[in-house]
Ligand binder design. Structure first.
Ligand code: ADP
Length: 597
């Protein structure tokens, strides 16, 4: 228990550090408000109230009462103005500053992490949570902490004053508050269990809701029977949610009734009754003491209830703070080397094997004993059926993952020895699952380092990717915005056109090696032929590794490696492999029939 509390406190303060880092005044400003409110409760809610009733009872001078009342009103006014300033002026600005700081840090973190993390669903959930919620959660944590502090100070101060006025009533309030505290903790436990049981059901219904409102699914939903399956799933999950709610309802009812009866009902009525009797029988017990007693009885209950709420909220916060901490403390497994990579000469795969670290086929070798060498200027084709391991090999070559067996050598040295950025600067890759960003054509091609003086190179790169005809039709040429995400005038490209933009990226920089994973998969055979011709001319002096299912592309290769189930089963030129009459020849003849090659 002690350890758990210690852990939760550490987690919570880990997040608070970020508030301190990006908005250092935030805590001081809130603390001042906390103290102001707590002082109000003690000085005004207890002491001034007692003074007021006693003064009225004793027939004191009204001007003196008025004078003190004015001071109280001014104090209240200052508290209100300060609170409004925080709420409407300071907090919105500070929250944005915090958002900017934390998001930037998270983006940088995510960018540094290995691609392998993205294969891990736990990481992904943490990442999504961290990106979406961490700064608002940090603010919540701070306001919960300040509420807790405020309630505790008020509770202590008010209890002290109350004890001095009537220790019996004060003790009774504290005992009943303690009872209520434990009953509420029990209630929270039951609610937590219920939430845990509901979570997978909520996830499921949330998913279904998302499917219905996200544009991505709109087309699919209009075809086939998925709607019926989803609707059935939704109904089933809702039924399960209802039975779960029913199961926990009696427990929650009993505990909350008990809490109400034990505290607000029995104790309050008892204490109020006691105070009335004392006021009637004890002449030393003033009207001031009586009214403060009544007031404190209610207020202390409220404070205890607020403290319990704060604890349970902070408990929940600590779960999120833990996720955040786990995410921010993740370290890339792919370690940087120190060598600067020189211009490309050779790339050797030596008995390379690899298995993905996550996923349901974890530890299954998707590449086994791969050995071959690529030399400057060569055009290499990797072919094979889906899932044979071709893309994985290119990811290893880019050092997006590290090999699990064997080694990859660049210019004779293991790629692990190179500084990753300097190594990757020599390789341009177009992946199958390329993404187009909501930015201009030029920015999409040149990336983050786009400058006006690169326009010529960008246009050349687009030419090398056979995008010229389309470029002429774009309203602002290379400055046309892609996608309509942020710009009504933005252009949505077709699959094939987007692929060409992705290809242009590989030609926009002076890469030595170009890797293309199915560069023409979104094109029809004629467009593919055109593209291959253009790419072939543009990449004349470059080293190229291309993956293709389309065997028409592989005819121009210096060497073809046929992959099957993670292994190289055939290698050579197109003609050699056709003569061999093995798997390659079989694949080729199936396609030749289809496209009449
Ligand atoms: P190809 O490019 O030849 O179609 P891949 O290299 O994409 O094949 O995939 C090889 C094998 O690795 C497949 O069985 C695939 O399911 C598996 N695989 C690919 N990516 C991942 C991943 N991120 N996590 C786990 N397994 C993966």
């Amino acid at each position: 228990m002690k350890k758990e509390i210690h852990n939760n406190v550490t987690k919570i303060f880990y997040m608070i550090r970020y508030i301190w880092k990006y908005t250092p005044c935030y805590m001081g400003i809130l603390l001042l408000q906390v103290l102001g409110n707590a002082l109000w409760d003690i000085l005004v809610g207890m002491l001034f109230l007692k003074y007021l009733f006693d003064a009225i009872e004793a027939g004191a001078d009204y001007s003196e009462i008025l004078y003190r009342a004015v001071i109280v009103m001014v104090y209240r006014l200052i508290l209100i103005l300060y609170g409004k300033w925080i709420e409407n002026i300071y907090r919105p600005k500070a929250n944005l500053k915090l958002h900017e700081g934390m998001q930037t840090e998270l983006y940088q973190k995510a960018r540094k992490l290995d691609l392998a993390y993205y294969d891990n669903p736990d990481f992904y959930n943490q990442f999504i949570w961290a990106i979406h919620e961490s700064d608002t959660r940090a603010v919540k944590i701070m306001s919960n902490l300040s509420d807790l502090l405020s309630s505790m100070i008020s509770l202590l101060g008010m209890s002290a004053v109350f004890l001095a006025i009537d220790w019996i009533a004060a003790l009774a309030v504290l005992v009943s508050s303690a009872l209520s505290f434990f009953i509420r903790i029990k209630a929270n436990k039951i609610k937590y269990q219920k939430m845990e049981e509901m979570k997978p059901l909520i996830r499921k219904t949330d998913y279904i809701t998302r499917v219905f409102y996200q544009g991505d699914f709109a087309k699919e939903l209009r075809m086939g029977d998925m709607v019926k399956i989803l609707q059935d799933d939704f109904d089933k999950s809702m039924d399960q949610k209802i039975s779960c709610a029913k199961k926990y309802a009696p427990g929650i009812l009993i505990v909350s009734l008990l809490s109400q009866l034990m505290t607000t009902y029995l104790f309050n009525i008892g204490i109020v009754g006691y105070l009335v009797v004392r006021y009637m029988l004890d002449s030393d017990f003033t009207l001031g003491g009586f009214s403060v007693g009544i007031n404190a009885t209610w207020k202390l209950f409220v404070q205890v209830s607020r403290i319990i709420d704060c604890f349970s909220r902070l408990n929940e916060d600590s779960v999120y703070a833990d996720k955040f901490r786990t995410f921010t403390e993740l370290e890339p497994q792919i370690k940087n080397g120190y060598e600067k990579a020189a211009k490309f000469e050779t790339l050797e795969f030596q008995q390379v094997s690899f298995s993905y670290p996550f996923g349901n086929q974890k530890n299954r070798e998707v590449l086994k004993n791969i050995s071959f060498t690529i030399r400057k200027g060569e055009k290499i084709a990797l072919v094979g059926y889906n899932g044979a391991g071709k893309t994985t090999l290119t990811k290893l070559a880019m050092r997006l993952y590290d090999v699990t067996g064997g080694s990859i050598k660049y210019n004779g040295k293991e790629i692990k020895e190179y500084d990753i950025e300097s190594y990757r600067a020599h390789i341009g890759a177009v992946f199958q699952d390329y993404k187009i960003f909501a930015a201009t054509v030029a920015e999409n091609v040149a990336g983050g380092e786009y400058r006006e003086d690169q326009n010529m190179e960008i246009t050349e790169a687009l030419k090398s990717a056979a995008f010229c005809n389309k470029l002429e039709t774009l309203p602002k040429g290379i400055h046309t915005m892609l996608t309509r995400e942020f710009d009504e005038q933005g252009v949505n490209l077709s699959g094939g056109e987007m692929q060409k933009i992705a290809i242009a990226r590989a030609f926009a920089k002076p890469y030595d090696i170009i890797i293309m994973d199915e560069p023409s998969s979104a094109l029809d055979p004629l467009a593919e032929y055109e593209l291959n011709k253009v790419i072939g001319a543009a990449a004349k002096d470059k080293t190229m590794i291309f993956i293709s299912h389309r065997l028409s592309t592989t005819r121009m290769a210096d060497r073809i490696y046929m992959f099957d189930n993670g292994e190289i089963v055939e290698q050579g030129k197109h003609e050699d492999l056709m003569r061999l009459n093995g798997k390659y020849a079989q694949m080729f003849s199936i396609q030749a029939k289809k496209y009449h090659l």
